[in-house]
Write a protein of this length. Sequence first.
Length: 180
Amino acid sequence: MKFIDLVKKRVSVRKYLNRPIPRQALLDCVEAARLAPSACNAQPWRFIIIDDKETIKEITSKICHGVYSFNSFIAESAALVIALSDREGFLRKAAGVLKGTDYYLIDIGIACEHIALQAEELEIGSCWIGWFDERRLKKALNIPSKIKADVILALGYYDPQLTNPKPRKSPQETVSFYNR
Ligand SMILES: Cc1cc2nc3c(=O)[nH]c(=O)nc-3n(C[C@H](O)[C@H](O)[C@H](O)COP(=O)(O)O)c2cc1C
């Protein structure tokens, strides 16, 4: 598949088939993240994969309560990839401190989209999840306080006929050439 077709095929998937994802496929997805670029090559990430149905449900009930409950659909996903980042360690290394740019978030973003695209190539749907109770997630997984858990990728096989591409801004609204 051409890269642009893979990009077009990926949409957020929020309804999953009841079919487990082979662990090798999950590792292939994270391998794509491992190879992602990062500022100063700091690679500030670590990924925890949860692929046990009961554990996914248990964690979802903890982190998608109240105002977060519209993300409860992740309880039916086949795997959750929790993206952890060592923000402190990275900031010590990077020029980001001076520039006021949170490079670690850019790095995590690139790595996670690599996961989503690799998943799509394997016919596995994904949805980025940024809205969840991070404090409770860290408590449940025993994650040290200095480590951030900003995003989760919910993964699962899906029926492509049930997906709806979201609208995008037009090319004209998105890009222009700079003319002196
Ligand atoms: C950083 C980030 C956080 C997101 N958080 C959520 C979320 O908490 N719940 C959700 O259903 N979708 C979430 N999304 C998915 C976006 O809503 C989705 O990518 C956007 O609407 C475009 O749709 P598409 O992915 O189908 O092209 C998130 C996406 C990104 C990049």
